[in-house]
Design a protein around this ligand. Structure first.
Ligand code: SF4
Ligand code: SF4
Length: 122
């Protein structure tokens, strides 16, 4: 079960850079690059304010989350699961060299990505 850090600050499940959801689903069956993956469990806090309030009570003390993932071209993906020790979810364009998005807020699932993705050479 990976330790999950998340920089998508406006997700309803994000609390102090941790994901308070029991488990997340990462998408990207055709992904060859980090930005082509996404966190399918993203939910905008602006829309789901009530869920955000509940999320605060669900913070796991060790920060570990179940991660289901279909990014089959990632070295860490095996049997629909992520086998990495730790992963980081970010906003697409959140890299220092790509400062398109300074706010670390996503407006949709497609604007999130798994930064830990590593392309598996076949
Ligand atoms: S974007 Fe995904 S990993 Fe981040 S807090 Fe939301 S559900 Fe959790
Ligand atoms: S590191 Fe790879 S296997 Fe793990 S969630 Fe990210 S894309 Fe999926």
């Amino acid at each position: 079960m990976p330790k999950l850090e998340c920089e998508v600050r406006n997700c309803a499940f994000n609390y102090d850079r941790f994901c308070t959801k029991d488990g997340i689903t990462v998408d990207g069956p055709a992904s060859r690059r980090k930005r082509e993956t996404s966190c399918h469990s993203f939910m905008s806090r602006e829309i789901e304010t009530l869920n955000f309030e509940f999320a605060k009570f669900g913070v796991d003390s060790d920060g570990n989350n179940e991660v289901w993932c279909d990014a089959i071209m990632c070295v860490y993906q095996q049997g629909d699961r992520c086998l990495a020790d730790r992963i980081k979810i970010k906003v697409v364009g959140g890299f220092p060299s790509e400062r398109r998005n300074h706010t670390q807020s996503a407006s949709s699932v497609d604007e999130t990505m798994c930064q830990t993705f590593e392309y598996k050479e076949s």
